[in-house]
Design a protein around this ligand. Structure first.
Ligand SMILES: Cc1cc2nc3c(=O)[nH]c(=O)nc-3n(C[C@H](O)[C@H](O)[C@H](O)COP(=O)(O)OP(=O)(O)OC[C@H]3O[C@@H](n4cnc5c(N)ncnc54)[C@H](O)[C@@H]3O)c2cc1C
Length: 375
């Protein structure tokens, strides 16, 4: 089988690329390892920013559909001290630039916008090899192959396409999330529900510890406990021990905050963070490039999905702008993508984007300290 634009991975980056190509009349095929769109829960709520993710949604022509899946009120934001006193309690007045949507609904929105048959499910890439003249052969786990004129790795952290461009692989970043879920929180976990409020909660502590939580659809509280520790120290034998040991790290914190850990309705999920080196670049290799985490994985900082979508949109726009000259398109795309990926979001800009222009001094100082505590 021979395909013109071959995208590996139906995450937000790969699907945005396929959609924006479609908007420009360029056909693409997406090969995805998972057997179906419903094969796996897609994770939590994502805030889609007006300075990156929303630009991609606009390029995809899906702003109305996006507004339809935005969760009302979820841009509310609370920041507390570990003892439970409130530093910031900002309501969602509907004017913020970071509307929240469930990741699964965002992915489905993109899938629904593609011509039927664009995504080939259950196609796990096991190998890739250069054929010369910019063409590549992709081999799947079932032994089948495709030849790509233009190959795009949108296959995330452990990309099978990346080795065509660089030998660099992700390394443990020194931080991890422990994730918990509290369901029907208003009735079943009222103190925790109250402390989270209507949107997001952030409670920075010392030594790189932080409790973050979101109120997702259906009064579900999704908590991300950040720990800054070695991987070995996070080797928990069973869920009950994990809950107990993680909770112990928050001794002395307000009970309603610790409840976000101890009252979990699911086994806690440990998610170590991996990253590629900041500033990773590669020599231009004809016929292949990367988008999203495959290109610039970093520990979760609230930008990864937004950046993956923008990469997808920008690559599609570059291909549309250089008909018949894929190399010029890839060069233009990569040069801009490198700069986007290696330029940290300015602290002041981020604080304003999160809390408006009236940021309490203590919050700004705490925020900087948290960033400095991170490895
Ligand atoms: C816990 C957590 C919370 C996060 N929160 C946020 C947030 O709030 N905001 C934000 O912007 N970002 C967030 N991120 C980062 C964000 O999830 C990623 O940056 C984003 O998903 C990258 O998108 P992607 O399309 O590049 O890759 P992915 O989403 O990883 O998609 C890759 C796709 O490729 C498929 N694939 C992988 N290997 C193969 C193969 N061999 N063959 C075929 N298909 C393959 C996968 O199944 C997957 O569907 C978070 C990350 C984590 C871990």
């Amino acid at each position: 089988m021979h395909t013109p634009v071959t995208i590996i991975g139906a995450g937000l980056g790969g699907l945005t690329l396929a959609r924006v190509l479609h908007v420009h009349g360029i056909p693409a095929t997406v090969h995805e390892a998972e057997p179906s769109p419903a094969a796996r829960a897609q994770g939590g709520m994502l805030d889609i920013h007006d300075y990156n993710g929303q630009l991609a949604v606009e390029a995809a022509g899906l702003m109305d559909e996006f507004r339809g899946i935005v969760l009302e009120g979820r841009q509310a934001m609370r920041v507390l001290r570990p003892d439970g006193t409130v530093l910031v309690d900002k309501a969602d007045d509907g004017t913020g630039g970071r509307p929240e949507a469930q990741r699964g609904e965002l992915r489905q929105m993109l899938l629904d916008s593609l011509p039927p048959g664009t995504v080939h499910w259950g196609h796990k890439v096991s190998g890739v090899r250069a054929l010369g003249s910019g063409r590549h052969e992709v081999t799947f786990a079932d032994g089948s192959t495709v030849v790509a004129d233009l190959l795009v790795g949108a296959d995330g952290a452990w990309s099978r396409v990346r080795p065509l461009l660089t030998d660099v692989t992700p390394e443990y970043a020194g931080t991890a999330f422990v994730e918990t879920y509290l369901f029907d929180a208003d009735t079943r976990h009222p103190a925790a529900a109250k402390v989270v409020g209507g949107g997001s909660l952030m409670v920075p502590g010392e030594d790189g510890k932080l409790i973050g939580a979101h109120r997702e659809k259906g009064d579900t509280l999704h908590t991300y406990v950040t720990l800054t520790e070695s991987l070995e120290s996070l080797d928990f034998p069973d869920p009950a021990t994990a809950i107990e040991r993680v909770a112990r790290k928050f001794d002395g914190w307000a009970p309603e905050l610790v409840a976000l850990i101890t009252e979990t309705d699911t086994a806690p999920v440990l998610r170590p963070h991996y990253g590629l080196p900041t500033g990773l670049r590669w020599d231009r290799i004809p016929g292949v490039t990367l988008v999203g985490d495959a290109a610039h994985l970093s520990p979760p900082d609230g930008e990864g999905a937004n950046q993956a979508m923008l990469d997808g949109a920008e690559l599609a726009k570059a291909l549309a702008a250089h008909p018949g000259d894929a190399e010029a398109a890839l060069t233009a795309y990569e040069q801009e993508m490198y700069v986007r990926a290696e330029t940290p979001i300015d602290d002041e800009f981020l604080l304003e984007s999160l809390f408006g222009d009236d940021v309490p001094q203590e919050l700004a100082a705490t925020f900087t300290a948290v960033r400095e505590d991170m490895p």
